[in-house]
Unconditional design. Sequence first.
Length: 256
Amino acid sequence: MTILVEARGGYRRITLNRPQRLNALTAEMGDALLAALEAAEADAACRAVLLTGAGRGFCAGQDLSQVGGEVDLAELLDHYNPVIRKLRALPMPVVCAVNGVAAGAGANLALACDIVLAARSASFVQAFARIGLVPDCGGTWFLPRLVGGARARALAMLAEPLPAETAAAWGLIWRAVDDAELMPEAEALAARLAAQATAGLALTKFALDLSAANDLGRQLDLERDFQAEAGKTPDYAEGVRAFLEKRAPIFTGRRR
Ligand code: LHQ
């Protein structure tokens, strides 16, 4: 199985599983990853997702042994773009634990997640320029927004590996952690997010994405609408009640 799914306390851990190829992507793997995300969304008990890779790499991007000859790259992206869209549209937080090299589409798969942790030994490579391609899977959208135009252009054109610590210092990812700490930290983070107010977190991630196309006025209107929706959730009522009662809130993640 190229994608492994394990149900944990409140979240699902999804593992890219072609370790002998550094988890390089195939069309079939893209479809399986999408199915795993859809299944997580359909499970009311699942309130966060943790994405990681098996073995020493996170994901080496497109499997280059499968793209020779007549392969239509646009058709191939029809298997990956739905995954990127689903990660951004999933109504729960997605943590990515980058356990090793993240190259090409694999780097941008990580950047599509909500909170990215990386092992100190991991690196991010926009490998596309090495083979005459354009950053895909959202790379040209994520990079300038995360690190600014100057760094985005050099990363995309030079295709040099960016060490995890620099990636964190530049704002490409949330944190770089010691290799041995990566999975414990990522699991703890996913469990913590899974116990938070899920509907509010979902609206938060959508609002941040939508801000890219809005001016301040429109974004203020959007925040008003989203806040009205968040304010109708039982978790909002519980959050306020718990504050006033000076105790920790117990959130259910329910929308109504
Ligand atoms: C691989 C791969 C790989 C196959 C390592 N494929 N076998 C999207 C859709 C549509 C069309 C095309 O493009 C795209 C977007 C893309 O993702 S384009 C970018 C594709 N990816 C790359 O160009 C990265 C290629 N890989 C590398 O540059 C290196 O492997 C990195 C820097 C990731 C890791 O280097 P090392 O740690 O030195 O490992 P390695 O190179 O020895 O790889 C280990 C094995 O994995 C090796 O096989 P072997 O049989 O010799 O042990 C590699 O051939 C295989 N592998 N990446 N993408």
